[in-house]
Write a protein that binds this ligand. Structure first.
Ligand code: PEP
Ligand code: MG
Length: 422
């Protein structure tokens, strides 16, 4: 077979060389054991759990058929810095062949010498530019020419991503998605184990806010040991705060661990998938009781810790005036908000061109949420993938958004974009 160029939609940029590994879930553990040399994984489907596992191995790129732009495969590839494509064109026949992934939209299978040399040069240029941008970003505040500032935080999925956030000049961690830590574990992580992880992350982060999001499991993020039943409509099902409020044996240890870590840094807690005022009231009752317990035990924590919620359901948008009076901050999760507002599955690559975060309903929602938040003195970040979209940065500034929370690799470019706005 001669050189083939397969096209795909970009999920994350970057150029890497590796041997192609055609993966399917039935391969089980053997697949992970087989990865030794730099590898480009090609697959029809990739669960968030598999994506994370490959990211810890010598995998340098991902080409996945069923991966929408806001799927967890896409998000994880961005946080892990792996070039990634969503491509209709994936073939088991490429297995074992040398390849080059260009995350802007191409997989070259069995490249000839001129292709190799051309891509090697472009890869070096791309990497040098990324390094230069990161170094500029570390010394730069995100302030417009007229002096409007916005905080640029990092979205991270693993404790080990803190270094990447700092290296790219993050002002803090705007969303540590703890469910990935739970998915990588083989059993439920307990309070002490979580506390040590959060505390170590806080000290490696140094200054800046550290927002820890409580478990957002369910839908496509399911740790095997929780034995969650398969559901007809998992995205609308038993997930996130719905599980936490039922399973205090999981929620309370997590809250205790986060509160204990708050004695060491500017830690904040965030709750996912809120749809009602009652949920927030119930959460605050539970957290208040945990605080009483810790006080009684003489365990130090920050009593004024900020508590916030994700705004990622249409219901939360419409009652954001009431919700704003109950919390310290909002984080607008445009990935889920787009999915629920437009009734389009975020993981479905077939609907990717219809999954439009530019839909006026999304922008109106963001505007309304920020207005309601401001009236109540609640600060707002945007933490979906839309936050990194430079075409919207000045709109977000106009709305009065306080922070944008994006993948670490997107921070440098975004800070530079802010500083170029009038
Ligand atoms: C979102 O829904 O936009 C979000 C930030 O959370 P996640 O992508 O983890 O669901
Ligand atoms: Mg979400």
């Amino acid at each position: 077979m001669g050189m083939i160029a397969a096209r795909g939609a970009s999920l994350n940029e970057g150029i890497r060389f590796g041997r192609i590994f055609y993966y399917s879930e039935e391969m089980g553990h053997a697949a992970f054991d087989a990865i030794k040399e730099p590898t480009i994984v090609v697959a029809i489907d990739l669960t968030p759990r598999d994506t994370l596992r490959f990211g810890r191995l010598n995998v340098v790129g991902l080409v996945v058929k069923n991966a929408g732009p806001s799927s967890h495969t896409a998000i994880l590839s961005r946080t892990m810095g792996l070039p990634a494509l969503s491509s209709e064109d994936v073939s088991a026949q490429w297995h074992g062949m040398p390849g080059i992934i260009d995350g802007r939209g191409e997989l070259i299978v069995d490249p000839d010498e001129p292709a190799r040399l051309g891509y090697a040069l472009r890869a070096d240029e791309f990497d040098a530019r990324q390094r230069e941008l990161a170094s500029v970003s570390r010394g730069l505040s995100a302030v417009t020419k007229s002096g409007k500032s916005i905080l640029i935080y990092a979205n991270i999925n693993a404790a080990s991503d803190v270094e990447n956030a700092v290296a790219n000049g993050a002002a803090g961690i705007g969303n540590f998605k703890t469910e990935f830590m739970f998915m990588e574990a083989s059993e439920l992580p307990g309070e002490e184990e979580q506390f040590q992880v959060y505390k170590s992350m806080a000290s490696r982060l140094g200054k800046g806010k550290f927002v820890i999001r409580t478990l957002d499991i369910g839908a496509d993020k399911t740790p095997s040991y929780l034995h969650l039943e398969p559901e007809e409509n998992p995205a609308l099902g038993y997930r996130a705060i719905r599980i936490s409020l039922d399973r205090l044996d999981i929620f309370v240890p997590q809250i205790r661990a986060i509160l204990r870590a708050s004695a060491f840094a500017d830690v904040a807690i965030m709750y996912p998938m809120i749809v009602s005022v009652d949920e927030v009231i119930r959460i605050k009752e539970i957290v208040g009781k945990v605080m009483e317990d810790l006080t009684g035990e003489g365990v130090p924590f920050n009593r004024d810790i900020e508590q916030g919620i994700m705004i990622e359901t249409p219901a939360a948008v419409l009652i954001s005036d009431d919700l704003a009076t109950l919390v310290d901050f909002f984080s607008i999760g445009t990935n889920d908000l787009t999915q629920y507002m437009l009734a389009i599955d975020r993981t479905n690559a077939k609907l990717a061109d219809r999954y439009g975060p530019y839909h006026p309903a999304i922008l109106h929602s963001i505007k309304l949420v920020v207005e309601n938040a401001r009236n109540a003195g609640t600060w707002v970040s945007i933490s979906g993938e839309l936050a990194a979209d430079e075409a919207l940065t000045s709109t977000f500034l106009e709305y009065g958004v306080d922070a944008l929370t994006v993948s670490p690799s997107k921070i440098p470019q975004l800070k530079v974009a802010v500083s170029n706005i009038d």
